[in-house]
Design a protein around this ligand. Sequence first.
Ligand code: ZN
Ligand code: ZN
Length: 89
Amino acid sequence: MLINCGPHGERVATVVCQHLLDAAKLSPAGFVENSSDPADLQAWCHACEEKFLAEGEMTEAFKEFNGMTIVCIECFAGIKSWHTIPAEQ
Ligand SMILES: [Zn+2]
Ligand SMILES: [Zn+2]
């Protein structure tokens, strides 16, 4: 799937949670990747990971909390570098 991302043009689409989007204003929120398929990348923050573990599956409550948003793969890379907490390995 491709999206047309303003500054980046047509790029592969990826999915992140809503908490990862406001990268310029937030301190790192953690970055949990859920797919290793480069054509279908998905990630969410630590709060979403905790919510997901608490819910046990992709419930409506989880989806609402997560607020999945499509971004291009270059935005995804920037979000990843911002939100990855260096100490977590
Ligand atoms: Zn989140
Ligand atoms: Zn982009």
